[in-house]
Write a protein that binds this ligand. Structure first.
Ligand code: ADP
Ligand code: MG
Length: 765
């Protein structure tokens, strides 16, 4: 069943070649106790290692079941060691950091026997060697003789057909040696036992066959197999594999023996994780704050559609920044470079047609808290005061025509209610009038006061403003036709007192609410919707407007239209039409803002770029800018921390390498028990996995602890509560990063470990 045919093996050390086995031919019986006898250095161990598949022969053949092993691959050898061979070594070779039971179970673990059966068989084997009561001890808690018994139990547990023992009593005293030899002899009753010894006494007393070696050659065999003898029994080989849990358990036990080092390593490699986690927490926190700020405050800032829109898309912002960065500053070249026109890159001309105004009017009422239009409609208003007399105010003299549209049944606007306090008077947009908005310090521009008919005084009482009467003059009174010309009536006093003139007053004085300061910090004046309607209604039928509609020249100058003029612009100047130059849409809240924006975007769908209507969303601009800056800062900081992660990966590599060196013996033992190279890699990957996991956990825990003082500090600096928050998803990702990096760091040492020669590994101390 087991036959060596002209086996040769030599070792090269530098120039020197040691011929350890020379043309060794032996055939073994299925059941005998063979002693290999010979002086030290005669090649006994080498022979045993070759029989056991731990070492490879140079030439000749090892025949198992009449089958040559020349074609055996690694997995065949691993399986052969695991289920056909039981090793017993002079120095016991137990794994010190796991229990005796687990040591004995190991070859069953490697061949995938289930837990219950494994334990039962291991206990059985340990009982057989008389160690039943010691199964939970660690190897170093036993005497030498007891350790060798464990090794014997381990060699028996998988019920192999061949037991290989290399000087099993070499390290034991005479009395213990005898007990061990008796035990081995008992085993030899139904197995093939091949025992190496340099003690002829032992060989004679116990073995059934003695083979002597000298200088690598067989010199005598007491009981060679005769030609006629039948020796044809089969050995069966089953493949082995260690699962990751076993590897994890093995490494976990190993790590437990060096807790301090593991903890320090894990802590050191967690520093990078802590850095990144803190930065992510902060940036996440600021994102949340910006979002909150946007929701609470900026969501009600208007979406502005004006004739000239800045397209402040991120793309455009990037373009501007890039433009600045692309070219060298203060170049020495005596050249002028071309820059993209701002107009073409960032400015977009919106053609706010009546069709678009109708589209805007269809925005769902539940999304908006107010809309105001800035129109090009010209109003002629005359004011009076005793000092300066009568004064004309219209668009050429600077009155800003904002028109407020009511959104509520009581003719007020929700936008006004949420954003403004009414300081005096009462708003009623259904009646013609003005609304005066003051700034947070109750100021208005001097020019505005002048338009309302006050001289440049320092202060004016609310009462006086509300009582001030202004007169709106309509076209038929204002324009007089003289010959072919229309000329404005210069007699302001007569116009002021004309019974057709409409009296208008400032209905109310409003001021932006304190918490809405960003939106309402400037002073302004607005018209009610009703006022605009009256002007349009009356002027539409005026004779100047009728004439203008029919004529192809400008009735005000009696000249053909100039380049900037069209019939519409003149009509609009004459107050016969409202063409909005800007529309302000005030959303109710964050969600309605989204709705409005998608409604506005829908208009632009499938339109050519020049026909689209671009809007400006101040809130989005503010937050996307701050968001971009935050992202940039975050990336820079994370890159710094990433360096410490790389450093810790390298450190893990070194630590794992040290661990590989420390566990070399264990590698040898595992290989002798039939572990595959892959299994060895797994053991060390498991070790780095554990370190990575622990360092991830430490990193996240320390971050959570550090967030407490960080938030207190931030609260003192910014008045914002709980800014820094670790997103659980980020925590999870960082754990995975930590594990991956340590696995990468430990990968090379783990591969090196698997490549170790098992024979050499076993020889290390
Ligand atoms: P024994 O077990 O009989 O004492 P070994 O089989 O260990 O002898 O060694 C046989 C010869 O081969 C010795 O001369 C030894 O020095 C040499 N030898 C064994 N293993 C190696 C090795 N890995 N490298 C170099 N020489 C070796
Ligand atoms: Mg030896």
């Amino acid at each position: 069943m087991l036959k060596l045919k002209k086996i040769n093996k030599s070792y090269k050390t530098g120039e020197f070649k040691q011929h350890a086995l020379k043309d060794v031919t032996i055939e073994f019986r299925k059941n005998e106790f063979v002693a290999i006898l010979g002086p030290s250095g005669s090649g006994k161990t080498t022979l045993l290692n070759i029989i056991g598949g731990l070492d490879r022969y140079d030439n000749g053949d090892l025949i198992i079941n009449n089958q040559s092993t020349k074609e055996f691959d690694d997995s065949n050898w691993d399986a052969y060691r695991n289920n056909c061979i039981g090793f017993i070594f002079q120095s016991y070779n137990l794994i010190n950091h796991i229990s005796i039971l687990e040591n004995v179970e190991m070859s069953l673990t490697l061949s995938g026997v289930d837990k219950k059966e494994k334990k039962q068989r291991a206990i059985e084997a340990l009982t057989k060697v008389g160690l039943k009561s010691h199964i939970h001890k660690k190897p170093n808690q036993l005497s030498g003789g007891q350790m060798q018994r464990v090794a014997i139990a381990r060699s028996l547990v998988n019920n192999p057909e061949i037991i290989l023992a290399d000087e099993p009593t070499g390290a034991l005293d005479t009395k213990t040696s005898k007990q061990i030899m008796d035990l081995i002899k008992e085993i030899a009753q139904d197995k093939l036992v091949i025992m190496v010894t340099h003690n002829p006494e032992l060989a004679k007393n116990y073995a059934t066959r003695i083979i002597e070696f000298k200088d690598g050659s067989l010199i005598s065999d007491s009981k060679p197999i005769k030609k006629k003898e039948k020796n044809k029994e089969e050995i069966h080989i089953k493949k082995t594999s260690m699962n990751f849990l076993t590897a994890l358990n093995l490494s976990f036990n190993n790590i437990k023996t060096k807790k301090g080092r593991t903890a320090l390593t894990a802590f050191a490699s967690s520093i990078g994780i802590i850095g990144i986690a803190l930065i992510l927490s902060l940036s996440n926190g600021f994102d949340i704050q910006i979002d909150k700020f946007e929701r609470e405050t900026l969501s009600q800032s208007p979406i502005i559609i004006s004739e000239q829109a800045m397209s402040m898309s991120e793309e455009n912002i990037a373009k501007v920044i890039e433009d600045n960065n692309n070219l060298e500053k203060y170049p020495t070249d005596k050249k002028v470079f071309v820059q993209d026109d701002l107009e073409t890159t960032m400015m977009h001309t919106n053609n706010i047609s009546n069709e678009y105004v109708d589209y805007i009017k269809k925005i769902s009422q539940k999304d908006i808290s107010g809309i105001s239009y800035q129109t090009a409609t010209n109003f002629n208003i005359i004011n009076y005061n005793e000092e300066t007399g009568y004064q004309l105010v219209n668009s050429t003299t600077g009155l800003m025509p904002w028109t407020l549209i009511p959104t509520k049944e009581d003719n007020t606007s929700e936008m006004l209610e949420t954003n403004y306090d009414v300081l005096a008077g009462e708003i009623d947009t259904s009646s013609p009038g003005l609304i005066l908005q003051v700034d947070p310090k109750n100021r208005v521009y001097a020019s505005t006061l002048k338009q309302l008919g006050f001289t440049s005084e320092d202060e004016v009482d609310f009462e006086d403003i509300l009582n001030k009467e202004l007169k709106l003059v309509l076209n038929d009174d204002y324009y007089k036709k003289v010959n072919e010309f229309y000329i404005p009536n210069q007699d302001l006093e007569a116009l002021y007192n004309n019974e057709n003139s409409i009296t208008i007053k400032v209905q109310a004085i409003i001021r932006g609410k304190e918490d809405k300061e960003i939106l309402t910090s400037t002073s302004a004046i607005a018209y009610t919707n009703a006022l605009t309607d009256i002007v349009i209604e009356n002027n539409k039928g005026s004779s100047i407007v009728n004439d203008q509609k029919e004529s192809d020249y400008n009735v005000l100058t009696n000249q053909p239209f100039t380049e900037d003029e069209t019939k519409e612009t003149i009509l609009s100047y004459l107050g016969a039409e409202t063409t909005p130059v800007a529309i302000y849409i005030y959303p109710k809240d964050f969600e309605s803002k989204d709705n409005i924006i998608s409604y506005l975007d829908k208009y632009n769908e499938k339109k050519e770029e020049k026909d689209t209507i671009q809007y400006t969303d101040m809130a989005q601009m503010v937050s996307s800018l701050t968001g971009n800056i935050m992202n940039a800062v975050t990336i820079v900081l994370i890159s710094f921390s990433a360096i410490s992660l790389i450093v810790s990966s390298i450190m893990i590599g070194i630590i794992t390498y040290i661990s590989v060196l420390e566990r070399t013996k264990e590698i040898g033992i595992l290989r002798a028990l039939g572990a595959r190279k892959k299994d060895i890699t797994r053991v060390f990957n498991a070790e780095t996995f554990i370190i990575g996991l622990v360092s991830g956990i430490i990193g996240i825990l320390i971050t959570c602890i550090l967030l407490v003082p960080a938030n207190i500090l931030l609260e003192n600096l910014t008045n914002l509560e709980n800014v820094a928050q670790l997103n659980p998803l980020h925590a999870l990702i960082l754990m995975i990063v930590s594990i991956s990096l340590t696995l990468i760091g430990g990968f090379i040492p783990a591969k090196l470990a698997s490549k170790k020669d098992p024979v050499e590994a076993l020889r290390t101390e």
